[in-house]
Design a protein around this ligand. Structure first.
Ligand SMILES: C=CC1=C(C)c2cc3[nH]c(cc4nc(cc5[nH]c(cc1n2)c(C)c5CCC(=O)O)C(CCC(=O)O)=C4C)c(C)c3C=C
Ligand SMILES: [Fe+2]
Length: 468
């Protein structure tokens, strides 16, 4: 399995003790994958046989992909029938695509930014300051909104993310259908409509019985996939129905062959736009995160990004493409250090070093958005040309690239059998908030410190601009 699927600890109160024995009707094309049934992982593990050969068989939701047998009863997933001597139940598979979301109009920009900065995974305040999260988000979103609005105005007045993600959802649904898996595909955005919370409510209303969560970020970061999973975890933990739905979360998928090949295809194609393709430097530009995420909070984002670039280059080398390449990080916000090197600084250096042709490759995201359409295509292009780079091109985001969509569909199918119920223990560490004296002291010192910190001119200008 390529997808790094993660499972939360499973519900301890499911009382299935049986060991399942599962088999597949399409015995010639067996591809054995590990699977846990919705029973407690520690007491009951099931093996499931998927039929990859089913790609060529159109199977509607009422048909079987595999049949699952056990001595008394069985559990299955969509297209897989649950059998018992007394009844037959079909599972309903859901796929939840997670994404960031973006403002659809200029009026949405400030409230969108508020949602973003109110996320404790985006502005990570020490516990003492956490009660200031929302007032701070209000302040920062107000400071940043004018600069952000300019950006969104220059790309047509809003983010294209919703439309692109909806199109991707439909394409994945169709790709799954073509592989014999009928499913409902949902879009859940972290900071704008349709919010993750709405998608989850719909999942519940639709009676989904098995869910794959697919974040549309190839690499994991606390600030993106991690943040969305926190929302899910909370919702699933608090809801009786949802807490029993088997869920499989694909944490990251940058290592998947289909993704790497699709990226290499786009790069190979775009290199042909240069008069001397072999001379162009391949410039990977990833969205940055503050250094503290990686160095203090254990965010695997930088490691995964570096490995991802290595793997894409390996694929290109296997095709005889040996261009020079480099990786830099873009889009920093605020007064702290972000992952280096910074895209804008590297562009200037490369120009000074005499690099003449450059192919920009956005690598942390799979749709066009403000940071490809405005930051790369306008700001960085202009900076590169001013710095002496003569030939500039940019690889498009993967979007609806068929090989990419097919690969995501495969990732879903591979993740499906390992779904287990989400159970995360409630956070009980807020005992300080129950003590009124401690709470008052915390509020007082927190407010004084915050006032000094956040109203300094340096801080204000840092949030107004990308570059400090
Ligand atoms: C992998 C992708 C992303 C990471 C990591 C990430 C971290 C991160 N972002 C901010 C602050 C902002 N991000 C903004 C927009 C934005 N961010 C991503 C992706 C990642 N962010 C995307 C795809 C978008 C664009 C969405 C769209 O509207 O099309 C913005 C708003 C735009 C702006 O004002 O520049 C902010 C602000 C932080 C602080 C952070 C990590 C801590
Ligand atoms: Fe961002």
């Amino acid at each position: 399995m390529n997808a790094a699927a993660s499972h939360f600890s499973v519900l301890p109160n499911l009382n299935c003790q049986r060991k399942f024995s599962l088999s597949c009707s399409d015995i010639q094309n067996l591809n054995r994958v590990a699977c846990y049934s919705d029973c407690n992982k520690s007491t009951s593990q099931a093996s499931l046989f998927l039929c990859p050969g089913s790609t060529n068989r159109r199977i509607g939701s009422t048909n079987l992909v595999c049949r699952v047998f056990s001595s008394v009863d069985t559990s299955t997933y969509n297209g897989v029938v649950l059998e018992s001597p007394s009844h037959t139940v079909e599972e309903k598979v859901g796929v939840l695509l997670l994404n960031l979301g973006g403002p659809e109009t200029l009026d949405d920009v400030q409230p969108f930014l508020f949602n973003l900065f109110a996320d404790p995974d985006i502005i990570r305040l020490p516990r003492l300051f956490r009660f200031l999260q929302r007032p701070l988000a209000k302040l920062i979103s107000t400071l940043r909104a004018p600069k952000s609005k300019e950006g969104y105005a220059s790309i047509g007045g809003g983010s294209p993310l919703r439309k692109i993600t909806d199109d991707q959802a439909l394409a994945i649904k169709m790709a799954l259908e073509a592989k014999g898996l009928s499913s409902n595909v949902y879009v859940g955005m972290r900071y704008w409509y349709p919010f993750t919370e709405e998608a989850v409510q719909q999942i519940k209303r639709d009676g989904i019985t098995r869910l794959v969560v697919l974040p549309l970020y190839p690499q994991f970061s606390i600030s993106t996939t991690g943040s969305s999973i926190s929302v899910l975890e909370q919702m699933f933990r608090e809801d009786d129905y949802l807490s029993r739905v088997p869920v499989s979360i694909i944490n990251s998928w940058y290592q998947r062959k289909g993704y790497l090949k699709s990226m290499a295809d786009l790069i190979e194609k775009e290199l042909q736009s240069f008069s001397e393709p072999m001379e162009a430097m391949i410039f990977f530009s990833a969205h940055g995160v503050p250094v503290s995420y990686v160095e203090n909070a254990g965010d695997p984002y930088r490691d995964q990004m570096e490995e991802c670039i290595f793997l894409i280059m390996q694929e290109l080398k296997a095709r005889g493409i040996n261009n020079e390449h480099t990786l830099a990080y873009q889009s920093r916000v605020g007064p702290v250090q972000w992952l280096k090197p910074y895209t804008d600084e590297v562009l200037v250096e490369l120009g000074q070093k005499g690099v003449k042709s450059l192919l920009a490759v956005p690598v942390s995201f799979v749709s066009e958005h403000i940071e490809t359409l405005e930051e790369i295509d306008m700001e960085y292009r202009e900076l590169a040309l001013e710095s002496g780079i003569k030939n500039w091109a940019r690889v498009p985001a993967l979007g609806l690239t068929p090989s990419f969509i097919t690969d995501l569909a495969d990732a879903v199918i591979e993740a499906l059998p390992s779904a287990t119920a989400i159970y995360a223990p409630a956070n009980t560490s807020e005992d300080m908030d129950n003590d009124p004296v401690k709470f008052f002291v915390k509020m007082f010192f927190g407010s004084v410190l915050a006032f000094i910190l956040f109203f300094s001119p340096k801080m204000i200008s840092a949030f107004r601009n990308h570059v400090i």
